[in-house]
Design a binder for this molecule. Structure first.
Ligand code: NAD
Length: 302
């Protein structure tokens, strides 16, 4: 069993660290919020009072933070001109440690941190996840990893305690690119599914029957199959629980912004993705940020 330092114990990181403990790993945690650390202490984790203290003796360092600036600050340190790089965790680690950043961040920052780690001889991967809080709790996340093959193999032992599908997408930054591609497609097929269901319902069809027809036809997709956005069609999904998240509109807007950057950096004219972003931003501006992303159906209801 491995000794893991886990930094960032929010909605996702908390249950992920919990699953590492359940699998028998020894885990030292740190979060800026003391209550988040206390919850993990109750499950058997050791609590450190800083990121630097958490990594002492660790074989693996895992982070689950909100955005690129947090990840860059943690690993490379704050940018203080001449002193750039001091205070970051990479300067305190050696080549025996494997570092996995599971946050969803911009690909250029993931590449920058990955390249700085490689220059220091440290195995680093960006390993963003798909699946949301429910999958984080159940230990069924999908990991999309960007880094070298040796780091990927070393990472399996800890990632398999938190997820069931672990993919090597390519070199540093490739995990974030894969995540951006996936979530852009998710936004597009969620909006398309809402439009098809509302169109059918307003023309007198039962949305449940229409869902069954499309599930057995060429319109089949994930939003229709496991996350039906029409209230009352499917049990146990946000649509049948007043659109409690789930996966918040705020996070979808964040991910679509990252996806637009990925497209723009490669000169891809992704018009469907751009439209999906505009629609989700408008939905967010209407006060729906904390609601589940399938609530975009209500845009069609006026
Ligand atoms: P969250 O805001 O609930 O948790 C982030 C945690 O990081 C907070 O507890 C915060 O205190 C802590 N933190 C921030 N900076 C820190 C630092 N320097 N040192 C220590 N702790 C620090 O966010 P979340 O929902 O857990 O999401 C985390 C990441 O996972 C994000 O990048 C998000 O986009 C991604 N993600 C979220 C979901 C989801 O459904 N929530 C799904 C997939 C991916």
């Amino acid at each position: 069993m491995a000794h893991v330092a886990f930094i960032g114990l929010g909605n996702m990181g908390g249950p992920m660290a919990g699953n590492l403990l359940t699998a028998g790993h020894s885990v030292t945690v740190f979060d800026l919020v003391p209550e988040a650390c206390a919850a993990l202490a109750g499950q058997g984790a050791a609590v450190a009072d800083s990121g630097q203290a958490a990594i002492e003796g660790a074989e693996y360092v895992i982070s689950m933070l909100p955005a690129g600036k947090h990840v860059k600050g943690l690993y490379l340190g704050e940018d203080k001109g001449e002193d750039k790089g001091e205070g970051g965790l990479l300067a305190r680690l050696d080549g025996s440690v494997t570092v996995l950043d599971c946050s969803t961040i911009d690909a250029p920052t993931a590449r920058e941190v990955g390249e700085a780690a490689a220059a220091a001889g440290i195995g680093f991967m960006d390993a963003p996840v798909s699946g949301g809080v429910a999958a984080a709790k159940a230990g069924t996340l999908a990991f999309m990893c960007g880094g070298d093959a040796m780091t990927f193999e070393k990472a399996r032992v800890v990632l398999s305690a938190m997820g069931k599908n672990i993919f090597h997408a390519g070199p540093a930054g490739a995990g974030q690119v894969a995540k951006g591609c996936n979530n852009m497609l998710l936004a597009i097929h969620m909006i398309g599914t809402c439009e098809a269901l509302e169109m059918g319902a307003r023309n007198g069809l039962d949305p449940k029957v229409l869902s069954e027809i499309m599930l057995a036809s060429s319109g089949r997709n994930w939003s229709l199959e496991v996350y039906n956005p029409y209230p009352g069609v499917m049990d146990g999904v946000p649509a049948s629980n007043d659109y409690q998240p789930g996966f918040m509109v705020d996070l979808m807007v964040k991910d679509l912004g990252l996806a637009m950057d990925i497209a723009g950096q490669a000169g891809v004219d992704n018009q469907m993705g751009q439209l999906a972003r505009k629609l989700y931003e408008a939905h967010q501006a209407g006060g729906n940020g904390p609601r589940d992303f399938s609530s975009i159906l209500e845009r069609l209801k006026g």
